[in-house]
Design a protein around this ligand. Structure first.
Ligand code: MD3
Ligand code: FE
Length: 221
């Protein structure tokens, strides 16, 4: 069964974003919250990708990730044989990461406030590019200094099934279809929950083509 009936898609375009929906401890789903500004967000995704091309980084174990990642903001997240960490430069170019576009920072802080987290000022945004077939295995985001700060995620382009687990790897994961314009704010206990993305199905987005892009905003330092 689809996570969102077709009627909701029509409601969305006619009446704007839906009310916030809590679906985990501290996790708030804002369906369509980014749809009104998605053209500006996609322009900025292309500008960030031109300055710092998305690349398939290797895990510490040496396996290339299937999603291609780039970053913007004061710091960016990297992984290689040495481990996971935030850096102030893009290791591919040696240059600072591209600055956080104003359109990114604006929607991220508005979404956080909408979900009850005032004064969220992210210093890092990971920009994950998924071609059909790319996925993200179950993991936790724990490389940030202040884990009381939420993470805001914005989905663009092709839909994907998101897996939302629990505090341990063995907890049963619930599935959630995330589509273009959906925003989720992850705070409180859910901030450290396991999560992942199933392989992205084939498809074509009118603007992005065969691609899903996910933005995750973090306060890393
Ligand atoms: C739940 N990205 O970049 S976004 C990641 O769709 C990542 O690209 C996925 O997981 C993606 O680390 C999922 C949703 C998400 C992001 C961060 C979370 C869910 C989260 C942090 C804690 C709990
Ligand atoms: Fe994550």
């Amino acid at each position: 069964m689809p996570a969102r009936p077709l009627a909701d898609v029509q409601t969305l375009s006619l009446f704007g974003p839906e009310a916030p929906r809590a679906f985990g401890p501290g996790a708030v789903l804002l369906r369509g919250f980014a749809t009104p500004t998605s053209d500006a967000l996609m322009d900025a995704v292309e500008a960030v990708a031109a300055a710092a091309p998305p690349r398939r980084m290797s895990t510490p174990g040496g396996k290339p990730m299937s999603a291609a990642i780039t970053c913007c903001g004061a710091v960016g997240w990297v992984t290689d044989r040495k481990g996971y960490r935030y850096t102030d430069r893009d290791p591919s170019s040696g240059r600072p990461w591209p600055p956080m576009p104003a359109s990114f920072a604006d929607v991220a802080s508005r979404a956080a406030a909408h979900a009850g987290y005032v004064d969220f000022t992210p210093d890092a945004c990971l920009v994950n590019h998924y071609a059909p077939g790319a996925r993200m295995t179950l993991h936790r985001d724990e490389d940030e200094e202040d884990l009381d700060q939420p993470i805001v995620s914005i989905s663009l382009g092709l839909p994907a099934t998101f897996l939302f687990g629990g505090p341990t790897r063995r907890d049963r994961a619930v599935r959630l279809l995330l589509t273009h314009g959906d925003v989720v704010v992850w705070g409180g206990p859910s901030r450290l929950f396991y999560h992942g993305v199933l392989p992205v199905p084939e498809g074509r987005h009118p603007r992005l083509g065969p691609l899903r892009v996910n933005l995750t905003f973090r306060k890393a330092r």
